[in-house]
Design a protein around this ligand. Structure first.
Ligand code: NAD
Length: 338
């Protein structure tokens, strides 16, 4: 068991800051280094959460023998180089989602992690949400899953819509839904078909912003995944999941604002914020961000495998599903995943 896990963060923007704030409250985690090309962002965060030093050069974290764990919270084109360099330096790694934007890049990270033997977690925090855990527990062997992750239209100039830095809505954000559906199905996806394409960003023809897809799992489970930034997600909200288990059904709606589960064939028939302990009744905890960092620190510190965490293979799987869905749209042919 380590005394304390010494952490370096690369990218001190929105997500890097949120993780830093959560880590600052976790016993056993010591924030050591904050790296950002924008030194002001790193220094601002250090003033807020602490830490030993700031740097504009992430390489300094890889050379720092004190650092055990590196969090990569940059835009997506930098996930591959930083994840590989961190693993080569013997650091355990947390990579924000998506693991990378192509199957090849994800495989490169996977082979580096396997060869170096470091731990790598991907930022699919929904797996630590008490709502998602309740959903999975309630319908453990779903026959059919319906999932939706829909946003109002993202700006053309948003970095996440940049084909290199972001990849567009399906690769950038849809990976959350694709990972969650695989986790809820508890089975390997074997094929995917999709329709959709570039419906809302004609000025950026390289990106895919919308898909309606069908996934088949080895267990026989089938899922429908709807992803995109094509409108206001009225009624059910941006994040929506419905699991049919034959004799029971569970529906989670409003995941990103007022999450609530309704059950059929299960008592009691609802699960809302009111069912959570007081300390979990905010978005940061309810969406799994707090539990994710706690599990990460415990994994690095004690070696206890956080079974629910997304590992490198899960990151690869989510990107593969998104990439294959895009190929299916172009080819009009279902894509095998094995
Ligand atoms: N899990 C979630 O719910 C969730 C939500 C939002 C974003 N994200 C993910 O978090 C990651 C970061 O997104 P964000 O919204 O925080 O972006 P952001 O733009 O707010 O922050 C990125 C930071 O990286 C810094 N940076 C850029 N190049 C760098 C380099 N070479 N070295 C060091 N720092 C560099 C930027 O200056 C910026 O401060 C992305 O992978 C994104 O998809 C995840």
């Amino acid at each position: 068991m380590f005394d304390n896990v010494k952490v370096g963060i690369i990218g001190c923007g929105g997500m890097g800051s949120q993780h830093a704030r959560n880590l600052a409250k976790i016993e056993g985690a010591d924030l050591r280094a904050l790296a950002d090309v924008n030194l002001d962002a790193a220094e601002r965060l250090k003033r807020e959460v602490g830490g030993k030093y700031c740097t504009t050069d992430p390489q300094n974290l890889f050379y720092d023998e004190q650092i055990d764990l590196v969090l990569i919270c940059t835009h997506h084109h930098l996930h591959l180089p930083f994840a590989v360099q961190a693993a080569e330096a013997g650091k355990d790694v947390f990579v924000e989602k998506p693991l990378a934007l192509t199957i090849k890049e994800c495989e490169q990270i996977e082979s580096t992690v396997e060869r170096t033997g470091v731990k790598l977690m991907v930022g699919f925090q929904a797996r630590f949400s008490p709502f998602m855990k309740k959903l999975k527990q309630s319908v453990p062997n779903p026959l059919v899953i319906v999932g939706q992750m829909v946003d109002p239209r993202w700006g053309d100039d948003s970095w996440a819509n940049d084909p290199i830095e972001g990849g567009g809505n399906v690769l950038s954000q849809g990976c959350h839904l694709l990972d969650a559906i695989c986790w809820l199905a508890d089975s390997e996806p074997v094929s995917i078909y999709a329709e959709g394409g570039n419906l809302t960003h004609p000025k950026i023809p390289e990106i895919t912003d919308s898909i309606v897809s069908t996934i088949r799992f080895a267990s026989g489970c089938v899922a429908s995944a709807i992803i995109g930034d094509f409108g206001a997600p009225a009624l059910v909200g941006k994040g929506f999941y419905e699991l049919f288990g034959g004799d029971k059904t569970a529906t989670l709606s409003g995941y990103y604002n007022t999450p609530a589960i309704k059950f059929w064939g299960i008592e009691p028939q609802t699960f809302t914020m009111d069912n959570l302990p007081a300390e979990l009744r905010d978005g940061n905890a309810a969406h799994g961000y707090v539990g994710e960092m706690e599990a990460l620190i415990s994994w690095v510190r004690s070696g206890t495998d956080p079974m629910e965490a997304a590992k490198v293979g899960d990151g690869l799987k989510a990107t593969k599903l998104a990439v294959k869905a895009i190929e299916a749209i172009k080819s009009q042919v279902p894509q095998e995943l094995t």
